[in-house]
Design a protein. Structure first.
Length: 149
């Protein structure tokens, strides 16, 4: 009985350590906001959100693709290199007061995290209205103190 109790304590300690270490290490804290079965899941890095002056919030969103979602990307981009696509990271600036966003960077990655393609759009992308009910609008609901709508 004592051995079983000790094994249980070690397992619990290991689980607590495994879940606490990424947060303590300052890594991403991906929070699932939306899931479309067989297509994709949408997350944002809650730990990486930065609130800047003038109501601007910076955030990184992650789209993890299921087979149908990956195929849609391959078909849209018409490029075979995206067949290894596992996820995409999108960095945004969000103007909470105006309900607008602009894309800062994009990284498309394979399952090992290797870049398939990366794009920096800093200073190039225009501010755009965030569509109500969109995945990015879900981030606004979570991170903007008073959404524009």
């Amino acid at each position: 009985m004592a051995i079983q109790s000790m094994v249980c304590r070690l397992l619990v300690a290991g689980i607590v350590t495994m879940t606490a270490v990424p947060a303590m290490a300052g890594g991403p804290a991906w929070e699932l906001l939306d899931s479309a079965p067989n297509h994709s899941e949408f997350f944002y890095d809650k730990a990486g959100v930065k609130k800047l002056p003038a109501g601007i919030v910076t955030v990184t969103a992650k789209v993890a693709y299921a087979p149908e979602g990956r195929q849609e990307v391959v078909d849209t981009l018409k490029n075979e290199k995206y067949e290894a696509l596992s996820y995409s990271l999108y960095s945004y600036e969000i103007n909470c007061a105006k309900g607008e966003s602009r894309l800062v960077s994009v990284k498309h990655a394979n399952a090992q995290g290797g870049a398939i393609a990366e794009f920096s759009l800093a200073g190039k992308a225009e501010w755009e209205e965030i569509p109500i009910g969109s995945r990015l609008d879900m981030v606004v609901d979570e991170e903007c103190p008073v959404p524009a709508r």
